[in-house]
Ligand binder design. Structure first.
Ligand code: C2E
Ligand code: MG
Length: 421
């Protein structure tokens, strides 16, 4: 099964009008029908989404060839009311029976793969891949349907808990904030990490209930820290795009802040680039209203998706969080650091703050500070920890200054990672 999603349909609608958008959908449908074989089925499954069922297509070379042909078919310019309209598609592919043997499973998995194609730059195809289980890399990923059912009962059954990963001010090596990261203590599978269940929760409304719980729990923890004079700390919470497109989102955040007595300006909500590109309406309205309340917004994993720069300039976010893939290549040579330098400069020009994630070495933290990024997070400073671990870190006096030479950290310069638990 191919899941085909147009990359810029909203822009086409906005630029040429909805009548042109309608014609484009019809013409894409015609092109897809011309591309496939007579035994295949093309169906429109949503606004700008098509599913193509291709029975008997088994060898990888033929699959790739047909996927390329599908991309080409959409990529070739369209003539719409005399205008040349250029678009492209992202295609996700799932194969029966390896990836599922029901319509729903195949469609979900092809859809998931399609998002990876979008994340990898659009106008591309991706095959579904099971998320490897870190504890058992060779094992088949956990059955989604069972996990979905388990997730519903887990929400009532107290099976989730939060870890907190500190944000460090690189100038002082002080902990200035924490990011809440969810974990699931599954009754039979053990501790599950977010990549093992968040994508599945994101495909249904379960993510909204889950993230409401995370927000509530994390705000309560921040409140407890404030009451015990631990900190001062800021709090970051991750959101899925579905959270923001729910019209009730504003009210539920406002209620949580009121009930826990947290100053809204201490809360930073981390959103993905996808929210910035694709979503209008409730998402933007929710963000606007929360910004007026004082809540701050960070674009998480910045640079790994497909932000449109003009939207970033006007979108009401406050911070760019540089994706760890850019941080982990930082090194002694200028050319290794150019991208991060450019992102930091761009953030500065746009009046946004910048934080870096995934810092694993002293060298990376030094380069970041030198280039003007003063806040960072990563295993070099500390992995995600239970709340008590954060308290222990805050009790350890921070060093007077961050070492100014490259190389291994001199003894006692930065706080050693606190032991989990
Ligand atoms: P993220 O927001 O980009 O979080 C950073 C991830 O990088 C975390 O993985 C963290 O444990 C990991 N990490 C931290 N330091 C390092 C480092 O030095 N090197 C490397 N390679 N990785 C590091 P985690 O906890 O598995 O979370 C994965 C993703 O799941 C998060 O990515 C976030 O997008 C999502 N997530 C986590 N908690 C929630 C939640 O409560 N709600 C939602 N919607 N998503 C969540
Ligand atoms: Mg995050």
């Amino acid at each position: 099964m191919f899941f085909v999603d147009l990359d810029n349909f909203k822009t086409v609608n906005d630029t040429y009008g909805h009548a042109s958008g309608d014609i484009l959908i019809q013409q894409v449908a015609d092109r897809l029908l011309e591309t496939v074989r007579s035994q295949d089925t093309v169906a429109r499954v949503g606004g700008d989404e098509f599913a193509i069922l291709l029975p008997g297509l088994v060898d990888q070379a033929s699959i790739n060839q047909l996927a390329e042909r599908t991309l080409d078919a959409v990529h070739t310019p369209f003539d719409i009311f005399g205008e040349e309209v250029v678009t492209s598609a992202s295609v996700g592919i799932a194969i029966a029976p390896e990836h599922g043997d029901t319509y729903d499973d195949l469609l979900n998995r092809a859809d998931e793969a399609m998002y990876r194609a979008k994340d990898h730059g659009r106008d591309a195809f991706e095959m579904f891949r099971h998320t490897p289980d870190p504890a058992n890399p060779g094992r088949r990923a956990i059955d989604d349907r069972k996990l979905h059912a388990d997730l519903i009962s887990a929400l009532d059954g107290n099976q989730f808990f939060l870890l907190y990963q500190p944000y460090i001010d690189l100038r002082t090596a002080q902990v200035v904030g924490v990011e809440a990261l969810i974990r699931w203590r599954h009754p039979t599978l053990g501790i599950l990490e977010p990549p093992q269940f968040i994508p599945m929760a994101e495909r249904s409304d379960l993510i909204v209930a889950l993230d409401n719980w995370v927000l509530w729990q994390a705000c309560r923890q921040l409140r407890a820290w404030q009451d015990h004079r631990v900190g001062p700390l800021r709090l970051s919470v991750n959101l899925a795009s579905r959270d923001l497109s729910s019209p009730e989102f504003f009210n539920s955040v406002e209620r949580t802040l009121n009930d826990t007595g947290i100053d809204p300006s201490l809360l930073e909500l981390e959103i993905t680039e996808r929210v910035v590109i694709d979503k209008t309406g409730p998402a933007v309205e929710n963000i606007d209203r929360l910004r007026r309340l004082g809540v701050r917004f960070t674009i998480d994993n910045f640079g790994s998706g497909n932000s449109s720069l003009d939207r970033i300039g006007t979108f009401p976010v406050t911070t760019l969080k540089i994706d760890q893939s850019f941080v982990q290549v930082l090194g002694p040579k200028d050319e290794e650091n150019n991208l991060v330098t450019a992102i930091i400069a761009m953030a500065g020009k746009l009046g946004l703050s910048c934080v870096a994630e995934g810092v694993e070495t002293l060298l990376q933290s030094r380069v970041l500070l030198e280039r003007g990024c003063t806040t960072a997070q990563g295993r070099y400073f500390s992995p995600p920890l239970p709340a008590e671990g954060i308290e222990a870190m805050l009790r350890t006096p921070a060093p007077a200054e961050v070492p100014d030479s490259f190389g291994e950290p001199p003894k006692g310069t930065l706080p050693p990672p606190a032991p989990p638990g």
